[in-house]
Design a protein around this ligand. Sequence first.
Ligand code: PLP
Length: 637
Amino acid sequence: MKEVQVQGVILDWAGTMIDYGCFAPVAAFVEMFKLKGIEVTSEEVRKPMGLLKRDHLLAICKMERVAALWKEKYGRLPNEADIDEMYAGFEKLLFEALPEYTTPIPGALELVERLRSMGVKIGSTTGYTKEMMKIVTAEASKRGYAPDTFVCPDDTMAGRPYPWMSYENAKRLGVYPMKALVKVGDTLSDVAEGLNAGMWSVGILKGSNELGMTEAEVEACDPLRLQTRLDEIERQFREAGAHYVIETIGDLDAVLEEVNVRLARGESPDMLPRSNPYLLLTPGPLTTTPTVKAAMLSDWCTWDQQYNEVVQSIRSKLVRLATRAPASYTTVLMQGSGTFVVESVIGSVIPHDGKLAVLANGAYGDRIGKMAKVLGIDTVVIDFGETSPVDGARLDSVLLEQPDITHVAVVHTETTTGMRNSIEEIGRVANRHGKVYIVDAMSSFGGIELDVADIGIDFLISSSNKCIQGVPGFGFVIAKTTSLEQCAGRARSLSLDLYDQWDTMEREGGKWRFTSPTHVVYAFNQALRELEQEGGIAKRQMRFTNNQKTLAAGMARAGFRALLPEEHQSPIITSFYYPESDSFSFKELYERIKQEGFVLYPGKISTAPTFRIGNIGDVNAADMERLTQSIEKIRFW
Ligand SMILES: *Cc1c(COP(=O)(O)O)cnc(C)c1O
């Protein structure tokens, strides 16, 4: 699919592009009511601004204070005939005044010129009727302003806040989808119109109806008072759902740039704003979607049945993600970071007379060896160095030499380097020797397709904050049920007792033994839903692979060499050598690229100076492209 970028803007007229402060309708309404013997304030008149003028009039009449004044004077509320008469009076006054109120707002004409030179089309909507717009467009064009098209409420079925005028604009401009359009206006009903039509919505402060001041009044206003007023209007715009609020119409360019970045990331106007100051290009925690973050905004009772049902649904979804033969597998969720859960498996699964073989080619394999030693488990670490994949033939000979080995553990994608180990090859050897097979798939599960039953895995470990794209707080173990059933009473720790945690979850319908990370669980639940929406693990693997390839190609262009040959490279994280230049410093690259909105990861191997860039999380190939372009741009070495 071709990338969507901003193709058009839909600008309001009065208070946005012409008539600074939006005075024409205010003066006419105030004057008309005065002729009826009713004093309305300009604040009252301004409140419903932006609506079709007849709707605007009805809204003023319905205001409590205005209705009371009317009743006092006429002994009843205004009827249909009164409204007709008032509207006729208003129109007459407005038509007389309109030509005077068509001066372009400072900066508006220059903006139009810039938009046109960028190829951005210019549509417009208004609360004025066709007849009023005849005057307005003629006068404005004499003064230099003429958008590509304009649509009035009486051209469509209804005015704001309905989206029809915007749809008509899109049609006439030949622009779609609606997220390729940015709506700009000076009233709350402009913002609503933009949101209802599925566009990016921008509110304007200075010159707006909401501020209701002339240019001279703004100039003369005490800066502190003015700022307080602007802050208050900005708050109202934001509350109404505006994506952006700008001080003057001339500030629109920066918004368009930002919207283009968000579109490139695959965002659309109906998504919550991404609140991150940067994208996390690390192996976890990583960039999550706004909707995953939003799932954490409620508090849940850890004992409640509804909550426990969510836990159960997560557990069964995980098993189905892990294998096409889910009947013989089960899951346990465990509090803590990934390491805690690895330790829970190592400490709960290996009997006191058991012996563990760990295949290691990085920090995470080494860590399994270390924790086994701390736990007093008889352990042999088979070391492959940092840049070679693990090897089934070597495991085979170790298992032949040491038949007392009962368990084999390996890391799937060694996050230390980005190495992808063949868990299939190791599984064949471990299974042939009848060993219990443990896989640390922390940084791969959910991002690389695998089937625990086909591979013959007894225990697979992963966590909430890696390829499933949840937030940190717990890990999970996918276990062959018959293998886990043998682990009762084996644990070397109370809180990390994998069997006991599983037993409680099974018997009590999803209950955790100790306080469960409720918010994290809800975020994870949402993340699983989004994995499904993306098309499952196969689709996610394609995205990650595409990310990694785009990253590697861009980094090569920028002159960086990857640590691993392509055939061992996982689609998760990539290690790059430092460039051969004395003026290179990773710290400086890190700081400078953070300014551009990306966070990188230091290296972790001992043999060569390297750093790492992750590509998992809510990031896509366009992000990788932007990253590598930024790296080329800031090149200081
Ligand atoms: C992230 C990770 C872990 C666990 O790390 P924590 O910091 O404890 O979450 C373990 N193994 C691998 C391969 C990992 O990538």
